[in-house]
Write a protein that binds this ligand. Structure first.
Ligand code: NAD
Length: 329
């Protein structure tokens, strides 16, 4: 079986090459460019392609892939909002993902963002480097005894709920399904969660009904001085409404690992460019906002698990077996 990897960085190549020795029947090649309607012709002669969070697996991509003989799309991530599943079905291409490579990696990053934004670590780090040891503007709040609101209590949300519980926080949860493992959490309506949480962390997937879940209307329902963290997908938050809320002093702090305009930025060094878009720059101009570049998943444990599961998915496809990692329309 031959797999072509798109959008590969040095760390992807390293981790997949290391893992590949355990799968001698699989041949792999790497491309730096991402998977999309123009680049997918390069998949000619491959059985499968492997994409990532910003790959554009739209109908046109899938049509061309099927014409080139590709029968499997392996997503080396949990989210699959960038794959047109209806089109995959139409062109007879199976789609598999890596649903739970290391929920703790993302949850720990979410808590890191909450803590860093709350205690202004991004500011204090720079200050001390400049021999400025003043504290004005750096005051935070204790998390102990406060209320955390977890939106989406699947694998990552549950891990974040456990972390918050460990911090001595009361945990409120909102999900369309209740997670029986979270006996310490109280499931409430979204409105109740918004109204009562000091820290709100988003962990539901981006779907039609979660697009702009955080918007002017839901921001107004939040407590004043709330801390908002998004490590899930940028589209969950309406950035313009968030900026309006930040300007209205609604938020004590905001930590974002994902944001609406991230697609062109993610995993790229654009430090010598004049960025065209202004909303990210506007967000970064606020002293109480921290943005990281979709790095929640980025731990050695998670990368090893991603490469192993991706190869296992390929083997499963080869054997014609069904898999819980397959996503269908
Ligand atoms: P999961 O499928 O285990 O959990 C998602 C949960 O959201 C489920 O419990 C589901 O019932 C719930 N949900 C669905 N619709 C909802 C709604 N309308 N309102 C509230 N809850 C709803 O997924 P996971 O592994 O926990 O991942 C969650 C998300 O995290 C992924 O969709 C992905 O977008 C994101 N993610 C980000 C990174 C990163 O590096 N920042 C890495 C991995 C995953």
């Amino acid at each position: 079986m031959k797999i072509l990897f798109y959008d590969t960085k040095s760390y992807d190549k390293e981790s997949f090459t290391k893992q590949a020795v355990n799968y001698p029947d699989i041949e792999i090649d790497f491309l730096k460019m991402d998977l999309g309607p123009h680049s997918c012709v390069t998949a000619k002669g491959y059985d499968a392609v492997c994409g990532f969070v910003n790959s554009n697996v739209c109908e046109k991509t899938l049509k061309t892939l099927s014409e080139e003989g590709v029968k499997l799309v392996l997503m080396r991530c949990a989210g699959f909002n960038n794959v047109d599943l209806e089109a995959a079905k139409k062109y007879g291409i199976r789609v598999m993902r890596v649903p739970g490579y290391s929920p703790e990696a993302v949850a720990e990053h979410a808590m890191m963002l909450a803590l860093a934004a709350n205690r202004h670590v991004h500011k204090s780090y720079i200050r001390v480097r400049e021999n400025d040891f003043s504290l004005a503007g750096l005051m935070g709040i204790n998390f102990y005894g406060k209320t955390a609101g977890i939106v989406g209590t699947g694998k990552i949300g549950a891990a974040m709920a456990r972390i918050c519980h460990g911090f001595g926080m009361k945990v409120l949860a909102y999900d369309v399904y209740q997670n029986p493992d979270l006996d310490f959490a109280t499931y409430v309506s979204l409105d109740e969660l918004l109204a009562n949480s000091d820290l709100i962390s988003l962990h539901c997937p981006l779907m039609d009904n979660t697009y702009h879940l955080i918007c002017r209307d839901t921001i107004q329902k939040m407590k004043d001085g709330v801390i908002l963290v998004n490590t899930s997908r940028g589209g969950l938050v309406d950035t313009n409404d968030l900026i309006e809320g930040i300007r209205a002093r609604k938020f004590f702090a905001v930590g974002l690992d994902v944001y609406e305009e991230e697609t062109a930025n993610v995993f790229e060094n654009r430090s010598d460019e004049i960025l065209e878009h202004s909303t990210t720059a506007r967000l970064l101009s606020f002293p109480n906002v921290i943005i990281t570049s979709h790095q929640g998943f980025f731990t050695s444990e998670a990368l090893a698990a991603i490469s192993k599961t991706t190869f296992e998915n390929a083997i499963c496809f080869e054997k014609g077996e069904s898999s819980p990692n397959e996503v269908k329309a």
